[in-house]
Each structure stands twice: as C-alpha cells, then as structure tokens.
Design a protein around this ligand. Structure first.
Ligand SMILES: C[S@@+](CC[C@H](N)C(=O)[O-])C[C@H]1O[C@@H](n2cnc3c(N)ncnc32)[C@H](O)[C@@H]1O
Length: 416
C-alpha cells in the first residue's frame, strides 16, 4: 500500500524493541477484535507510535489499551491525550477508510492522523485540527519526525470545521461532542461519513452517521471514552458531590430535585433491589436503555477511596448509571457472587427518603430491556424540526444544532 509521505523507514525505528512491541500490539488488537480489516492492521504495523508519544516509555507507547501524553488544564482536568490504540482501531474500522479519501480529523495528537494518512494513501488528504496550540505544535513536530509532512495540522476551534480543505469524505471526531455542529455536515461531500463520540445523557458512544435526506442516521455505535469537547461546543455538566471529590454524580442537565437533599441522601442506609436479569446481557446497550428511559439520569463517578470509606458500594471506570428522585439516588449494581448462582443479576442500590420508589422504577426499567442484540437507532435532525416530523416513540435530546432522536426499532439488530 502506498503511504501519504510516511518515510519512517528512513528515520528508523528507535530500537528493535519498538518494532517487536508494535508487532505484539497489533496481534493484541486483532485478538481483541478492535482491528478487523487487513488495511487497518497494515496501518498499525506501519506507524511508529512511540514517535508520537514523547515522554512515554516504549512499553507504554505500545500498550493496546493505554492512552499516552496526557495534558491537563489549570484545574487539573484532563484535556488531551493520544488515544488508546484499541479505541483508534475500533473507530477506524467504523469509518471504513479507503485509499483516496479526503479526511478531517477533529482533535489532534499526530498518531491517529498518521494512521489515517496510511489508509488514504498518496491520493488522499488528511487534515487534523485542534483547539490547543501546544497540541498542534507537538502534532506537527511528531508528524514531521515520522515522515508525515503531507498531513495538515490546523489550530482552530473545530466547531467551525476546517472550511479551507472541505469537502471531506470523512469527518472523524476524537473528543466527546455534545452537539453536531452544522459546519461538520456542511463540509461533508455527498455520501460522506461522520464518526463522532457523542455524549448521550453522559454516556459516550462512537456513532457512525450517514446522511439520509435532511437527517443523519446511525449505522453503528460503540462504547468509548474521550476527553470532552472544548470551546463553544463544550458539553454542559452539572456535578453533585456525594462525599467529596472522589464520589460525584455527573449530569448533563440540572436535576429537577434539590441538590443538597441528594447530597444528604448518601448518609441514608442503602437498600438493594434485584431484577432477575442476568449480568450476561449486553451491558453497554442496557446502559443506553437506562440512560434514555430514567428521569434525571447521571453517572456516578467514584474512586476506590470512596468505596473504602463506604460512601458507595462500587466504582466503575466509565461511571455507574444513576437515577435521581426526590432527595434520593439509585445506581446500577450487580448482585453479590454466591456459591449457588452461576451468574450475577442486575439490580440497584438506592439511598434517601424515596429510595424504595426510585429503586422500583429503576428495576422496572432494567426488566423492560429487550435483550442482547436489540440496538438503538440514533438520528440527528436539524434544530427546529417540528415534533410531527420526528420518528414516533423515540427519546428526543435537543442540542444547539440538532434534535437527536434515539429509538429502538424492531428492524435494528446490529452486531454488538
Ligand atoms: C483525545 S485527544 C485527540 C487524540 C488524537 N486524535 C490522537 O491522535 O490520538 C482530543 C483532542 O481534542 C481537542 N479538542 C477539544 N475541543 C476541541 C475543539 N473545540 N476544537 C478542536 N479540538 C478540540 C483537545 O484539545 C484534544 O487534544
């Protein structure tokens, strides 16, 4: 396969070890199912990831599931990383990148742009854009050092896309977006694809959209985690501290109940309720089902220290689906392991004066889940589209530029 200017064979691999680690990483990505096509495998074999990971050890640079080059803001919030290879591979497979395409990558780092450059070859074009001058400068340096001078690195708030190199056959976004700016679709060529990690009530799903008339329709979505978009399109966020910074509930919209009462609920005794639904079910799709069906939905983000202090019972890295009620909260749980039970069941832990009511609603929603394989359709209509035109029975999420509609039609049964 031709490359878009990659001359890293001249630059040379830093060590033989880097080559061996890269080969092992590709094997692992294949085993994980993150790489599914020969073209994506080839691009991962070609690009020397360690040249895009200044400050990281070779081993860290080639960890299939690890991010590198973390950048934090003045409040110590993570604002940039070079993403984990398994997520990059998953999204490149979703995007279906072929030779000759014109691609806009939103959110830079250099490595993913180099993978894209390998996939589109010399007849294609890759533009990468970032809002952060430090990231753009590093991206440029790393791309040059690895031989990808033809990739264009632009400094801008990508809320406006990059009109100068449009139209694009593919816009691939690598930060968690809350809305889909009009510019992104305006700059797509007819038949183009948009791959975007979209925030849906706090959950992030990498969604592949294709245009169908005036709307965008999802062709696939996968679970992922990304730093949030910055600038004018930043996702809104409301945080409720339960017992300190190490146990917080994150919401996209202010809760309808009193925040101070919810904080107090953590001091109430815990009740548990179980659904009978086995934990073998597709966990990620169940989470989306809960997020779209429970009122005042958020994610409980807890660290082990909060578990050790007894504030919450467990901590999951991407957050725990949580519902709020009057002065109460309830979060998804797995029943404790017992000798008799082969598999654990989904249920809920709840606190507060209305814990029992909230737990019953939560468990009813779990029970209404139609099971593994039954997937959502996500559609994006222009803002201002009248309700009468939106598909019936969907959950509508109004965003600055779009009306997102999530539904579970019978004909959508995509592979998990
Ligand atoms: C996860 S990093 C990108 C990783 C990169 N694609 C790679 O090669 O792995 C996300 C990036 O999105 C950038 N970003 C956030 N908001 C942005 C915006 N409004 N416009 C452009 N870039 C933005 C951040 O500065 C950050 O560098």
């Amino acid at each position: 396969m031709s490359t878009q200017g990659g001359n890293h064979l001249d630059v040379g691999e830093a060590t033989v070890e880097a080559g061996a680690l890269r080969a092992a990483m590709v094997d692992e990505l294949l085993e994980l199912g993150a790489i599914r096509s020969p073209t994506v495998a080839h691009s991962f074999r070609r690009v020397p990831r360690h040249l895009f990971a200044p400050g990281a050890t070779l081993r860290a640079a080639y960890t299939a599931t690890g991010t590198v080059v973390p950048l934090r803001d003045e409040r110590d919030r993570l604002v940039s990383t070079v993403s984990a290879p398994h997520i990059q591979a998953m999204m490149l497979e979703q995007a279906g990148v072929t030779a000759g395409l014109r691609v806009l990558e939103i959110g830079s780092g250099g490595y993913n742009a180099a993978l894209l450059a390998e996939l589109v070859g010399e007849t294609g074009l890759v533009t990468t854009v970032d809002i952060d001058p430090e990231v753009v400068a590093r991206t440029r340096r790393c791309l040059d050092a690895a031989g990808y001078q033809r990739v264009d690195a632009v400094l801008a708030d990508a809320d406006d896309g990059v009109p100068g190199s449009a139209p694009y056959d593919l816009v691939i976004v690598t930060a968690a977006a809350w809305t889909i700016p009009q510019a992104w679709t305006n700059q797509l060529a007819p038949g183009g694809r948009l791959v975007v990690p979209l925030r849906l009530r706090g959950l992030t799903r990498s969604v592949v959209f294709e245009s169908d008339g005036g709307r965008l329709v999802s062709r696939d979505y996968q679970t992922c985690s990304f730093v949030p978009f910055r600038g004018v399109g930043a996702p809104p966020e409301q945080v409720i501290l339960l017992g300190g910074e190490d146990a917080v509930i994150r919401l996209e919209e202010p809760p309808s109940g009193d925040v101070e009462q919810i904080r107090q609920a953590a001091t109430w005794p815990r009740i548990a309720a179980w659904s009978g639904l086995s934990s073998g079910e597709a966990f990620d799709d169940l989470q989306l089902w809960l997020a779209l069906g429970l009122n005042d939905f958020g994610l409980l983000m807890a660290r082990q220290a909060a578990v050790d202090r007894g504030v919450v019972t467990h901590a999951w890295p991407l957050g725990i689906p949580t519902a709020l009620g009057k002065g109460s909260f309830a979060y998804l749980a797995l029943s404790p392991k017992t000798v008799e039970q082969a598999s654990r069941e989904f249920g809920v832990y709840a606190h507060g004066p209305e814990a029992e009511i909230l737990a019953a609603e939560f468990v009813a929603r779990i029970r209404s889940w139609r099971g593994t394989g039954h997937r959502a359709r996500i559609e994006a209509f222009p803002a201002g589209t009248p309700n009468a035109v939106l598909p019936a029975g969907g959950v509508v999420l109004d965003r600055r530029d779009r009306r997102l509609v999530v539904s579970w039609p019978d004909d959508v049964k995509l592979p998990g």
